[in-house]
Design a protein around this ligand. Sequence first.
Ligand code: S3P
Length: 442
Amino acid sequence: MPDFVKIKNTISNYNRKIFVDSDKSLSIRWVLLASQAMGKSRAYNLLNSEDINSTINCIKKLGIKIVKKNNICEIYGKGINGFIYKNNITIDAGNSGTCGRLILGLLVASKKKIRLIGDKSLSSRDFSRVTLPLRKFGAKFFPQNKNYLPISILGSEYTKPINYFEKIGSAQCKSCMMLAALNAPGKTIIKAKKSRNHTELLFKNLNIPIKIKKSGAFEIIEVEGKKNFRSFNYNIPGDISSSAFFIVLTLISKKSKLIIKNVNVNPTRIGSISILNKMGANIKIINKRSYKGEILGDIFVKSKKKLKSINCPTDLNSSAIDEFLIIFLAASRAKGISFFKNISELNKKESPRLKIASKILNKMGVKTKLSPNSIKIYGNPSLKLSKKIVVKNFNNDHRVFMMSVVAALSFGGEWKIYNKNCVNTSFPSFINIAKSLGAKII
Ligand code: S3P
């Protein structure tokens, strides 16, 4: 089977309702927290993707029983740090930064050395952003000053709570410290720039002692450690980050309408909708309801002929961090020059996304001005492609692949896009959903 797709036609108009795959952030957090609960937890519609399988396999290797049947997953937790495993085991986070970073938090009191590995992409991502503060809890890392995987962790019998300042707006760093705090007696205090808050909502829902105070652009989060909690069931909703590809496809295609059902529209995740609406889209969230502290809803979007450029407010960066690639595509269609700034974090994802997005846009004939932490996109509302475009060598980054498919389906041209299997990390149904809307993808 070739590892590429070919697309030669833009998508015809459609008027449809779809479901996207389940929320990746929530799925990983459910697995990790269920492993620390007392007793059997059950998830319905856990995302069935490689990142979640990596998480499940790590937790299984740490001695926790996990049973998956159809769309149900059961985890038999043994309480905080209830892991049982042999000496010198290796756990593999695969492509998942969230799994790799969050799981280290759970291991600050591990009694034996555990080696953490990941794939080529994950092995080029900085882990010092979590290993440095985790040392303050008492954990040791080997080799001592190595910032990249593979890395080994040995926990401490005498963990202590810490004060931690999270300045980047990284939910992975914040959540890692919150999970570590479960293992430390007393109060861990985290001052964190606002970012997705699923871990906080789960802690509240599980009655884990947590207090959150606002402090300007920051939040002060206090977690009281060493308090066991009961098992819990969860029905995982759809992922807004996966939805974003179909939102933009609909927006920049012709005369189409789409409803995406049952999506997690947590306010800390919907920056992409705010940004696109500021650009003139009219995306609506309907049937809003709350579920275990999260907000769920259906997303309604229709095609928009005229989009405006945007000088994107930086306070939306964190809530749109995984959606910028697809937002850049909308900006390519907009009238005027769009400017996105303070986004150097994008170059630290599964691939250097800012650089790669700029290259793809240039191949399409869209002018960009790139700096290490910003991009200007010179939009062209009448851009239609007829040339051949090949997209490869993008570190197997799922979101680069999906952005390229949406570009091909909406701007035209003859595209050959490599690494089609990389969607399996976050959104295995992506191609099938696109086909169900009428996309011709070979
Ligand atoms: C995630 C946080 C984000 C995001 C990633 C998922 C999470 O990373 O890019 O895809 O589930 O906590 P950072 O926290 O490093 O920004």
